[in-house]
Design a binder for this molecule. Sequence first.
Ligand SMILES: O=c1ccn([C@@H]2O[C@H](COP(=O)(O)O)[C@@H](O)[C@H]2O)c(=O)[nH]1
Length: 267
Amino acid sequence: MTRQQLVEEIRKKQSYLCVGLDTDITKIPKHLLAAADPVFEFNRMIIDATKDYCVSYKINTAFYEALGRRGWDSMEKTVDYIGKSHFTIADAKRGDIGNTSTQYAKAFFETLNFDAITVAPYMGSDSVKPFLEYKHKWTILLGLTSNPGAQDFELQPAGNGLLYEKVLTTAAQWGTPENLMYVVGATQADSFTAIRSLTPDHFYLVPGVGAQGGSLKEISAKAMNKDVGLLVNASRAVIFAGNGEDFAEKAAEAAKTYAQEMAGYLK
Ligand SMILES: O=c1ccn([C@@H]2O[C@H](COP(=O)(O)O)[C@@H](O)[C@H]2O)c(=O)[nH]1
């Protein structure tokens, strides 16, 4: 999906919500465990219920990889089920020496046909460039993450600024706002104004609202740009909003609530 198509979808739906399919098999409603593929069945029902309120789905690959080949199969079926209607993100946090990154890019962009993948920047340009070489695919580089451990490296001084700032400005030279986004955690709201001034045109994938307590209002006020420039992810707060037979309706209600708030900020 191109940037223009993504922006059009956001404008059309009046939502920049990304629903995170962090499908923890130990948390899905018990009645689904009898299905042939409980994880896919759960995802299918969540997608059907939330698709009108979001523009993107983020699959955190850890929850699928943990199940071995069964999980990989559920992930493949889920991406195929979403198809091209929504922007699909493999939250895989990959990145390695060049020839290995090339294989990761092939796995997620060709074999699985995701629109985007999250990538760790730590190994530098040759580890990131194989992802950026794909036309109409997106690399989402970890910038300033939502977890407390962001303090250990990302928020440490480096040169005239902080390490994560160096990541943002250096990587901006490797890709363009048409193929490169950054992960910026919603829990880092104090840094959003500075981040936006360093990277005025890029999209941010923003996890950390909902279960991690970040403020949608604050990040929207500080970081929205002329093309919106935000995909805000909520995983547990949407997909596990309920755990009974009506779990999909509960997820729809949660997604709708986020979307309505976003529509207010888009006015
Ligand atoms: O800095 C980061 C980077 C990635 N994540 C991922 O986003 C979701 C958040 O899930 P919630 O249930 O909405 O808290 C999850 O997949 C994380 O691995 C992040 O939280 N922070």
